[in-house]
Design a protein around this ligand. Structure first.
Ligand SMILES: N[C@@H](CCC(=O)N[C@@H](CS)C(=O)NCC(=O)O)C(=O)O
Length: 207
């Protein structure tokens, strides 16, 4: 299989790298320049793989392409300990995957992108407040949930943790206040067997 990623470190792609590392699955990678104008993900060749023009995309060995980071996690984790088998736990896993995409990533990931690769200077004060307030609210929800538990769903580490780790690991660096329970969880995630760090920014803009 082949993972289409970006040249700069994408938290959404990183989630997939992280799960593939835990699973010990070998794969190819192709990096695209998403800072080009237009982004290489908007070229016809890539749009044929994902009409939404975004990485990550996982191309399976039969040529089928799967987009959306959390859908890719769900596909890869099926039948493994990273996706619970009971009905309620699976739904709770989805609950956190949807939370990540609707209430977390649009604020924390977007602020990360603007901070390191440009755009922050064009932001109105109103928009900046909206992004920081909503991102902080997501971190606070995570903090409450983790106050008395080690991982997001059940007793073990699942794709809910992987999805949320993708961008939460960068939240403090872009100005958010990370609750202590979330800091402890970040450490627990880094201690999981097969953990890999997000790749370095080849442009040297992100730490
Ligand atoms: N909801 C998508 C978001 C993917 C996304 O925003 N990808 C960004 C990089 S992190 C991208 O491809 N940007 C290039 C573009 O929009 O042209 C997911 O979780 O995979």
């Amino acid at each position: 299989m082949k993972l289409y990623d970006s040249t700069i470190p994408s938290g959404n792609s990183y989630k997939v790298h992280l799960l593939l590392s835990h699973l010990g699955i070998a794969y190819d990678v192709e990096d695209l320049d998403i800072l080009a104008n237009p982004s290489q993900t908007r070229e016809p060749k890539f749009l044929a793989k994902n009409p939404n023009g975004r990485i990550p995309v996982l191309e399976l060995d039969d040529g089928t392409c799967l987009a959306e980071s959390n859908a890719i996690l769900y596909y890869l984790a099926d039948g493994t300990p990273y996706l619970p088998s009971d009905r309620l736990s699976r739904a709770q896993t989805l609950q956190w995957l949807f939370f990540e995409q609707y209430s977390h990533e649009p604020y924390i990931a977007v602020l990360k992108f603007w901070t390191y690769w440009g755009g922050l200077e064009n932001l109105s004060a109103e928009m900046r407040t909206r992004v920081t307030t909503r991102g902080q609210a997501a971190l606070d929800v995570m903090g409450e949930h983790l106050a008395e538990r080690s991982f997001f769903v059940g007793e073990g580490y699942t794709i809910a943790d992987i999805a949320l780790f993708g961008y939460t690991q960068s939240a403090a660096a872009v100005g958010f206040t990370v609750p202590a329970s979330v800091e402890r969880w970040l450490t627990r995630v880094r201690q999981q067997p097969g953990h890999v760090a997000i790749k370095k920014d080849p442009l040297g803009k992100a730490p």
